[in-house]
Write a protein that binds this ligand. Sequence first.
Ligand SMILES: O=C(O)c1nn[nH]c1-c1ccccc1
Ligand SMILES: [Mn+2]
Ligand SMILES: [Mn+2]
Length: 333
Amino acid sequence: LDSMVVEDGYDGVKLGSEMTQEFIDDMIERFKNGKLLAKKYVYQIIIAVKKIVYDEPTMVEVEVPEGVELTVCGDTHGQYFDLMELFRRNGVPSDKHWYLFNGDFVDRGSWSTEIALLLYAYKWLRPNNFFLNRGNHETDDMNKVYGFEGECKAKYNDRIFRLFSESFSALALATLIGSKYLVLHGGLFSDDKVTLDDIRKLNRHSQRQPGQSGLMMEMLWTDPQDEPGRGPSKRGVGMQFGPDVTKRFCENNGLEAVIRSHEVRMDGYEVQHDGKCITVFSAPRYCDSTENRGAYINIGPDYKLRYEQFDAVPHPNIRPMASLPLIPLPSAT
Ligand SMILES: O=C(O)c1nn[nH]c1-c1ccccc1
Ligand SMILES: [Mn+2]
Ligand SMILES: [Mn+2]
């Protein structure tokens, strides 16, 4: 990495050995204008964040201190301009405004690399008050089909996609907020006996991809259903869990609710299972086709859940999956 040089004529802020807010502010503007980062910096960011998240527990535990607000966001799916709208309305990540992104950062939208790099830059700058859960789209099988792999290779190169893939496998699978809310991308389990300790003890590094069975797969793939009990998944992977399953899980683990994402909701969020299963989805006008709003959840030191909604904003007309940079980088010498 040290021997890599930044492309001649690169007009962005320089990145040293540590992330800075100045670099992030410049990066946000570059991405808005269709520019890329120097590949050297992309390597640096992914390698730094992979190290940080690798050492986190499989279930990260967060308390919200006085004077701090924590915002839980759901799927963003490469919708960079809508993420900018979320930050404009709700405030950018800071020492007093913490964020948790609950998976599915990438795929579907045309700016997956921009979202992934921005979230990673914030994670590097603020590792203890900016949190990332893995979603089922932070996996090789989905990235091959739903756009991220193609976008990485079109905008950067194959090695950068493989680095992202390794970093996705290192991500935490759940975040426990105030010992009250378990946040994970998909949902609950086919086995009533699963406890928070089972999630804590899960060695996520022994299995890079979720596969077709097991705790990791279920945390990334399952969906709630209104009927009691358990049912087959509509996705062909995982299963569906009813209000009684959520009630038993919350009672057995001392939780008030499970917060998850993974599914579009017309209002951007939905409270189900007698308030114990909450879906939050942060990609408004999903894939430029569904007329859904986006939402996020603000949580203060009182641990009340405050739901906020937002709408999609205009974005450059770039088809996903074949998106090349608007402004080609000067060719490396
Ligand atoms: O719609 C999506 O992209 C999505 N978000 N989470 N999971 C999926 C998905 C998409 C296609 C097939 C299976 C799951
Ligand atoms: Mn999704
Ligand atoms: Mn998902």
